[in-house]
Ligand binder design. Structure first.
Ligand code: PLP
Length: 317
């Protein structure tokens, strides 16, 4: 039998329509079939061979390791140099609290590991997944796959998985032409527009607030919004604040950092946050983004925008 016939007879296939290219070798960006035809590899073995096929450094490292030893034991028992070095290297690159790596052999195992970790850390079991998502073929990965066709034969899978459809949220965007929040008449309009269980994304502001006039205008906007968004009526209110609520520092900032604004703009956002917190309490979600538009952007003048500062000082970002 030919290799193709053997493949079809004896090797399980991933789909009913495998690509069936009969491969000979691979070099750099190219794959070559048995007839010598070259194919430009645009997917690197689905994100595995990033350094190019036949990379000399990779080949030498593999050969040297094979000469020493190959598989000895499951991960996490023996101290084996390549594994330890990899984990240490990852710890160096990742944020400080991500300092320990769970090694696995495949993407699906990584997905399962991530699901388990999330359940263990949060104590919660519900999992959100996306329609059309692919995460691998183990039971855990299949459970969060967003295509019923592939899952059907393997039920029961993990319980309490909810599938989300991307971009299917109905939303109504309101601009100043539609509703001018500086005018008192906006109040009634807003009241009529907002329906029960709506989620409000509050982003309107005169920004950056450079002086006391801007500050007052932003508080008027706040008042007109809050006057008309009834706590009981809405599901959530998401307030887009700013990282300017933190002090302008070169130190690392996290959500737990103290909010000590060094600008009117930051003060404005902090006042708004606190006002909203008083009214909407558990229904309020605050997002404090860092904005980077470019070196001439006024946002660079405040907040812990370390990237742009480093860039301007010719430091490594
Ligand atoms: C996005 C994504 N997740 C998970 C996997 C599963 O990886 P593995 O086949 O190594 O289990 C794949 C594999 O194609 C993938 O593309």
């Amino acid at each position: 039998m030919t290799p193709k016939q053997l493949f079809l007879s004896h090797q399980a296939q991933t789909t009913h329509f495998p690509l069936m290219m009969e491969m000979d070798k691979a070099e750099g960006n190219y794959l070559y079939d048995k007839a010598g035809k070259a194919y430009l590899d645009l997917i690197s073995g689905i994100s595995v061979s990033h350094l190019g096929h036949g990379n000399q450094h990779v080949k030498e490292a593999i050969k040297a390791q094979v000469d020493k030893h190959m598989h000895l034991m499951v991960y996490g028992e023996f101290v084996q140099n390549p594994q330890v070095m990899l984990c240490a290297e990852l710890a160096k690159l990742l944020p400080e609290n991500l300092n320990c790596t769970y090694l696995v052999n495949s993407g699906a195992e990584a997905t399962d590991g991530a699901l388990k970790l999330a359940k263990r850390v949060t104590g919660r079991a519900q999992i959100l997944a996306c329609k059309n998502a692919y995460h691998g073929s183990t039971h855990g990965a299949l459970s969060v796959m967003g295509d019923e066709f592939f899952k059907n034969s393997f039920r029961p899978l993990l319980p309490d998985v909810k599938i989300l459809e991307l971009n299917n949220t109905k939303y109504l965007g309101l601009k100043r032409e539609n509703i001018d929040l500086l005018k008192e008449t906006s109040s009634l309009k807003l009241k009529k527009i907002i329906k029960k269980n709506d989620i409000i994304l509050f982003i309107a502001a005169i920004a950056p607030a450079k002086n006391s006039h801007d500050l007052i205008k932003n508080l008027i906007i706040l008042k007109n919004v809050c006057n008309n968004i009834d706590y009981k009526k809405i599901r959530k209110i998401i307030y887009i604040s700013s990282d300017a609520v933190y002090s302008d520092t070169k130190k690392k900032i996290s959500e737990k950092s103290e909010t000590i604004p060094t600008s009117i703009h930051g003060t404005m956002h902090l006042v708004r946050e606190n006002y909203l917190r008083n009214i909407y309490n558990k229904k309020l979600c605050i997002v404090r983004p860092t904005l980077i538009y470019g070196s001439n952007d006024p946002h660079n003048s405040y907040g812990p925008n370390s990237f742009i500062r480093k860039y301007l000082n010719n430091e490594k970002c």
